[in-house]
Design a protein around this ligand. Structure first.
Ligand code: AMP
Length: 394
């Protein structure tokens, strides 16, 4: 694929720039609990301001009913945080269909784009209305690039000038280190709850990687596929065959694969459940227990997979890391990967949960790159074309 059109080549003074950002931040009672996505957009915004552009920011937030205003999903809290981070006022635009003049050197934020009909349907009428606001389009919403939505797809196609923002540029460049510019040995670690989310990525990366660790809730479907006992751990009956195929293919390609040898388990899915360790050897894992974290033997084996790896990609926690009794595997793995990064390995962390776990382990700043994209990154690594990238290149 050709390289993305870079903002550095744009002439910006006095021009109106529409920036699609991803301000889809987690909120609790109207308060932002993690502002990483806002902070990640700052380099592009500040660059545009210094270059003398008028900056109009557009994002979605959550999943309000298409085309309806819902104050629970208003971008007002994001506006306040952005004002603090930029140290300047952020103008507020309530309605994308009522175009108002924008002043150079000023930033404006459009209300949640999903409040207006047409965003998720990639409606040309909404794209046309948005296009009248600006002379230049900048795509910097990495977390939304896999969506063919009006502000990500139809709009940039209408604009004569379009560029990738600095976040998208950085995310893209880092993803290439897992796809085309790989230094071996290449370790991929996947975890989290759902097998189906990660299958396309596993299929695409399997020929490229050298070592694969599968942990977390998704690993039990793989253990089940091997005929090993998993008790009442999470598993997906309709994914067993796909899991079996992945394992067969990995074996055919001669890849090193680690599945949990033991788990920290509980008899109930509860924060205060008593943790007990069992192996997955035939006859050893009790039928009335569920695995909620990788066990000590697995952790040791996972550490040996990390050691010596030159490229490491990690997506998905090794257990229910939200609960203290079941987070050791995830946090220790984060520390191991951070230590290997210190020794010179390249490490990319993807997905909101994994980023949160790395933060919890206190090693976020030691990783090579923490992606702001969940689904978008998984699709990129699965080898899919992302609508938001295709639109920038069209
Ligand atoms: P995902 O969105 O698929 O990456 O899944 C992340 C979620 O998986 C986290 O909220 C974890 O609590 C959950 N998870 C990880 N391991 C397990 C497990 N063994 N059983 C149930 N849930 C798990």
């Amino acid at each position: 694929m050709s390289s993305l059109p870079t903002l550095r080549s744009a002439s910006l003074r006095g021009r109106r720039v529409f920036v699609r950002v991803d301000f889809n931040v987690p909120l609790q009672n109207g308060r932002i609990t993690d502002d990483r996505r806002i902070r990640s957009a700052l380099p592009t915004i500040q660059y545009l301001l210094q270059a003398g552009a008028a900056v109009l920011l557009c994002s979605h937030l959550g999943r309000p009913k298409e085309g309806q205003r819902d104050s629970a999903y208003s971008l007002q809290p994001v506006r306040s945080r952005l004002e603090e981070l930029l140290g300047q006022p952020v103008g507020w635009i309530e309605d994308p269909f009522k175009v108002t003049p924008l002043s150079p050197g000023q930033v404006y934020l459009l209300e949640n784009i999903r409040f207006f009909p047409g965003e998720t349907k990639n409606d040309p009428a909404l794209a046309q209305a948005l296009a009248t606001w600006a002379d230049v389009y900048v795509g910097d919403a990495f977390g939304s690039l896999h969506r063919a939505h009006a502000s990500v797809d139809a709009l940039p196609r209408l604009m004569k000038e379009r560029y990738a923002g600095f976040l998208v540029e950085a995310e893209w460049a880092n993803a290439q280190r897992l796809l085309t510019q790989i230094k071996s040995p290449y370790l991929v670690v996947v975890g989290g709850a759902k097998v189906s989310d990660k299958l396309p990525l596993l299929r695409n990366l399997l020929p490229k990687l050298d070592r694969l660790v599968i942990g977390g809730g998704m690993s039990y479907t793989f253990l089940y596929a091997q005929g090993l006992p998993i008790g009442k751990s999470l598993w997906e009956p309709d994914q067993v065959e796909a899991a079996r195929e992945i394992l067969r293919e990995a074996e055919r390609l001669g890849k090193r694969v680690l599945l949990p040898r033991d788990s920290v388990a509980a008899s109930e899915f509860r924060r205060d459940a008593e943790p007990k360790v069992f192996t997955h050897q035939p006859g050893e894992f009790p039928p009335d227990f569920m695995g909620l974290d990788i066990g000590p033997q697995t952790l040791e084996a996972a550490s040996s997979f990390v050691t010596g790896s030159q490229t490491i990609f990690w997506n998905g926690p090794m257990g229910v890391f939200e609960w203290e009794a079941f987070r050791t595997g995830t946090l220790r793995l984060a520390e191991e990967i951070a230590a290997e990064t210190k020794k010179g390995a390249y490490s990319l962390i993807g997905g909101g949960d994994t980023a949160a776990a790395v933060e919890m382990a206190g090693v976020a700043d030691q990783m090579s790159f923490i992606s702001t994209g969940g689904g978008a990154l998984l699709e990129l690594l699965a080898g899919y074309e992302l609508p938001g990238i295709v639109a920038l290149l069209s």
